[in-house]
Ligand binder design. Structure first.
Ligand code: S3P
Length: 183
């Protein structure tokens, strides 16, 4: 297996998985991939169009394909979609394929990040009160996100700050051990 396996960012919408993942990949010299963008590339549709045209169940199937694909990759920083981690089978696969980090965010900070582009967030866009819906969904999911190997608080931090914090932990704690020696 190539060193290191994947670093996988999980967490709620608006926790900064994509922007932090790009920063982190740059810092560590790894490649970056966003699961939702991968699904958009495979289907030729935006996530909100998939929800509108095919429905959530179809989107979750595509998410399953993405999880299976990324579980086979190595040396990659992967930003998951907020719901990918909530499926037990997908979660177990992600846990086996890399170091899974929960980017923890409060409802207030998540709302500040998502409220400007609600149309891209099909789970919130249809709700009569999107902020209450966000709080409710986050409340339902946080116990699952807490099953990740580590939680990183992101409130009040820039994606660059969070990425540097993760890189420091990565270098200090060596979650994958040390790189194999070249003979
Ligand atoms: C979802 C989160 C979104 C996207 C889809 C469903 C969710 O990704 O996958 O709208 O279930 O929480 P982000 O977390 O990147 O916004």
């Amino acid at each position: 297996m190539a060193f290191p396996p994947n670093i996988i960012l999980v967490g709620f919408m608006g926790s900064g998985k994509t922007s932090t993942g790009k920063e982190l990949a740059g810092i560590l010299g790894l490649s970056f991939c966003d699961m939702d963008q991968w699904i958009e590339g495979q289907t030729g549709k935006k996530v909100h169009e998939i929800f509108a045209d095919e429905g959530e169940a179809y989107f979750r199937e595509q998410e399953g394909k993405a999880v299976r694909f990324f579980a086979l990759q190595e040396q990659m920083v992967v930003a998951t979609g907020g719901g990918a981690w909530t499926n037990q089978t997908h979660r177990e696969l992600l846990l086996r394929s890399g170091w899974c980090l929960w980017l923890q965010v409060s409802p207030e900070y998540a709302w500040a990040r998502v409220k400007g582009n609600l149309l891209q967030r099909p789970l919130l866009a249809g709700a009569a009160d999107p902020l209450s819906e966000l709080r409710k969904k986050m409340g339902e999911r946080d116990t699952l996100y807490s099953l990740a190997q580590r939680a990183i608080d992101t409130d009040g931090k820039t994606p660059r700050d969070v990425a540097l914090e993760i890189a420091e932990i990565f270098l200090k704690e060596k979650p994958f051990g040390s790189p194999p020696r070249q003979e």
